[in-house]
Design a protein around this ligand. Structure first.
Ligand SMILES: [Zn+2]
Length: 83
C-alpha cells in the first residue's frame, strides 16, 4: 500500500526536476489525544473505494475523528452544559 507523490528537487546541474516518492498512507489519529484510531483502515484511496462504508468508519457520533474515550468525555461535557 504505497502512495506515489511528485516532489520537485534541485539537481546538481541547477535545474529543477520532478522526482517520484513513495509514501505509506498515514494512520488516522484522534484529534484530541493523538492516539491511533481503531476501525479505520490504512489504505490508499483506490483500495478504500472498494471497501464497504461500514469497514471505513466507526458508526458513533464523532466516529473516525475522536477516540472512544475522548468522544465520551466531550459528550458528557455537552450534556452538562445543556442544563
Ligand atoms: Zn482521544
Amino acid at each position: 500500500m504505497v502512495i506515489i507523490k511528485k516532489v520537485k528537487r534541485r539537481v546538481p546541474g541547477g535545474k529543477i526536476s520532478t522526482h517520484l516518492r513513495k509514501e505509506n498512507p498515514k494512520i488516522v489519529k484522534c484529534a484530541v489525544c493523538k492516539k491511533p484510531l481503531h476501525g479505520i483502515p490504512r489504505l490508499i484511496p483506490s483500495k478504500l473505494k472498494k471497501l464497504s462504508k461500514s469497514k471505513k468508519k466507526v458508526f458513533r457520533i464523532y466516529g473516525g475523528y475522536l477516540c472512544s474515550g475522548c468522544s465520551r468525555e466531550l459528550l458528557r461535557k455537552k450534556v452538562r452544559n445543556m442544563r
